[in-house]
Design a protein around this ligand. Structure first.
Ligand SMILES: Cc1cc2nc3c(=O)[nH]c(=O)nc-3n(C[C@H](O)[C@H](O)[C@H](O)COP(=O)(O)OP(=O)(O)OC[C@H]3O[C@@H](n4cnc5c(N)ncnc54)[C@H](O)[C@@H]3O)c2cc1C
Length: 571
């Protein structure tokens, strides 16, 4: 029986651990519990595994790993603790300490015991790189690419990345692939790289619905799924948690809806909630957000099910975070089939030289190169006094040819289709552009004039664009004097609207360091565990660096599995 096929016979199923939700958190909890000898069932509401994780960059932020040391980084946990205190606050936090202490152990454990393997980026600065304890690399790790063909028929069960992050009908494109694909004739190396990518993709498409060279979050999910399969863990798709069952004050199982039929599961050691928070539910998010959101790039299946059901058995929702969610600006894309989507502007365009972000007054409101989370915080702040939703990314056409903008790739090509469908606005002068996008023309003209002066001197006296390691990391290293500041001076001029959207939620269920769900009084609810975005983030609505949701997702999944095994790691 393929591992993902539900057993549809009647009667109660009995396992040691029931894990709910097949994203990074749930898959890791199920994998570790199984590796530790527990009898596990992993159930997933949708028809495929992966959740938001499958569409993510897959980065985990775990300071002090062996993998980083082996790559020559000298980072340590004490510095990381100092950094987190500088960003989040110095109040004692047992979960944060547990995270920092166990993180390296978890990455090593997965590396030794499964196919879930990571390597550090050569360079990837912390997002608030001027705070004490920040580093320019070593803490974020990327999942190693994975060959989807190894999954056989189950490759179809891995949720694909969002269409906006693929090209040519399903080819995943990593950061290093962009340059050779955009300018294949720039060098022999570029030509070889582009040809090899295209050849592999063409041969994939003869047999599969999309490319099998999996990267980033898709590689992480595929690696987890492959490891679960190899360990014989049953993974039920179309199996949704409906209700937790409680007996004698203990969560002892659940009722699932499997292919439309109710099934009772008894979980001797516990139930792990990993349903992904509610980052995919615009309606739930709008309980917290003003003005209301129109977009969520997180997977729609992450709709708050786990949190809702835990609340029904007495769990406490921690919602006093600096921000309820983790943000990214997105542009609204139109698909050829008439559908629409959202392109997250994470790191490829905003920091490059020759772009400003403006509000309706035509004024800048933030250092455009800050992290996607800080950028949206800036939008919300500015929107309190001047309409900033949408905000407009303004540049000239030369910029787009060099760096691309949102869904528009770099390279010399006609922009007509992007202009016709309204994704990109173009005009011969700044005044005409301002008229088309409903922005104050005098404001925009003055903003660009001042910005061009900053570009000459290399110093952004207004918002400090290019003044931190993080800004410069995403700028253009070949551009001087400031890799993030360049003149906007060659017509035609272009603009693209961006809106706030979510990568995931920060608020969630309060838990102890072993992922035990707590009541308002701080008592653990026996038999109920949580990890991933169902758990309140230890970052408390701050975004210190790349991978700060998936890192904790893996670590607390591991700790919850170990606690279920009876090996309480708690401090
Ligand atoms: C474009 C993008 C890039 C990102 N990049 C990064 C990054 O590089 N690093 C990082 O740390 N974070 C990143 N994030 C955020 C990150 O992807 C999420 O925070 C993370 O994937 C959440 O993991 P999870 O396991 O908690 O939930 P998910 O991966 O969303 O999985 C939850 C699963 O639970 C299932 N489920 C829901 N309800 C039920 C139910 N009732 N019964 C059964 N199953 C249910 C869902 O269908 C889903 O499959 C990114 C997000 C996006 C959108």
């Amino acid at each position: 029986m393929p591992v993902s096929t539900p057993n549809t016979s009647q009667g109660t199923i009995e396992v040691d651990a029931l894990v709910v939700g097949a994203g990074a958190a749930g898959m890791t909890a199920a994998l570790v519990a199984s590796l530790e000898g527990l009898d596990v069932l992993l159930c997933e509401k949708s028809d495929r595994v992966g959740g938001t994780t499958a569409t993510s960059a897959g980065t985990i932020w775990v300071p002090g790993t062996r993998q980083s040391r082996d790559a020559g980084f000298t980072d340590n946990v004490a510095d990381a603790k100092r950094y987190l205190e500088a960003v989040i606050g110095a109040a004692p936090d047992k979960r944060r300490d547990a995270y920092l202490e166990t993180g390296p152990q978890v990455v090593d454990y997965l590396d030794r015991r499964s196919e879930v393997k990571f390597a550090p980026y050569t360079r990837h600065p912390d997002y608030l790189a001027n705070r004490p304890g920040a580093t320019i690399g070593g803490r974020p790790l990327a999942p190693l690419p994975f060959d989807g063909r190894l999954l056989g028929a189950d490759f179809e069960l891995v949720r694909p990345p969002i269409g906006e992050f693929m090209a040519l009908g399903g080819m995943m494109i990593g950061r290093d692939d962009i340059e050779p694909l955009a300018r294949p004739f720039a060098s022999l190396t570029a030509l070889r790289a582009a040809t090899s990518l295209l050849w592999r993709h063409a041969s994939d498409r003869l047999r599969y619905r999309r490319g099998t060279r999996l990267l980033m979050g898709n590689a992480l999910v595929a690696r987890l799924f492959y490891s679960l399969r190899r360990n014989g863990v049953p993974v039920w798709c179309n199996a949704s948690l409906q209700e937790l069952t409680v007996a004698g004050g203990r969560v002892c199982g659940a009722v699932l809806l499997v292919d439309g039929h109710p099934r009772r599961v008894t979980a001797r050691r516990g139930v792990v909630l990993a349903t992904g928070g509610f980052g995919g539910s615009v309606a739930r998010l709008n309980d917290y957000v003003r003005p209301p959101l129109a977009h969520a790039v997180a997977f729609a299946g992450a709709a708050g099910d786990g949190i809702r059901m835990a609340r029904m058995v007495g769990a406490f929702l921690e919602d006093d975070h600096a921000s309820p969610a983790f943000w990214t600006p997105v542009s609204e894309t139109a698909w050829l089939d008439g559908g629409c989507g959202a392109f997250p502007h994470l790191s490829l365009d905003r920091a490059k030289p020759g772009l400003v972000a403006v509000n309706a007054a035509g004024r800048r409101f933030v250092d455009e190169a800050v992290s996607y989370h800080e950028f949206v915080i800036g939008m919300h702040r500015s929107h309190q006094s001047v309409p900033t939703i949408p905000a407009w990314l303004v540049c000239d056409r030369e910029f787009i040819e060099k760096y691309g903008l949102g869904r528009v790739p770099p390279g010399r090509r006609p922009l007509r289709r992007f202009i016709t469908n309204g994704y990109l606005v173009e005009a011969a002068s700044l005044e005409a552009l301002a008229g088309k996008i409903g922005v104050d023309p005098g404001g925009l003209r003055e903003t660009v004039r001042q910005h061009n002066r900053f570009a000459e001197t290399g110093e952004d006296q207004e918002f400090g664009k290019g003044s931190t390691e993080f800004d410069r990391h995403n700028g253009d290293p070949h551009h001087a004097p400031n890799p993030c500041l360049g003149r906007i001076a060659t017509p035609p001029y272009c603009a693209m609207a961006v809106y706030p959207s979510t990568l995931g939620t920060s608020v969630g269920l309060r838990a102890d360091p072993d992922g035990r769900v707590l009541t308002e009084m701080g008592e653990p609810i026996a038999g109920l565990f949580v990890c991933g975005n169902d758990m309140a983030s230890i970052m408390r609505g701050h975004y210190p660096g790349p991978g700060i949701t998936l890192g904790p997702a893996l670590v607390f999944a591991y700790r919850a599995a170990m606690a279920m095994r009876g090996d309480r790691l708690g401090r």
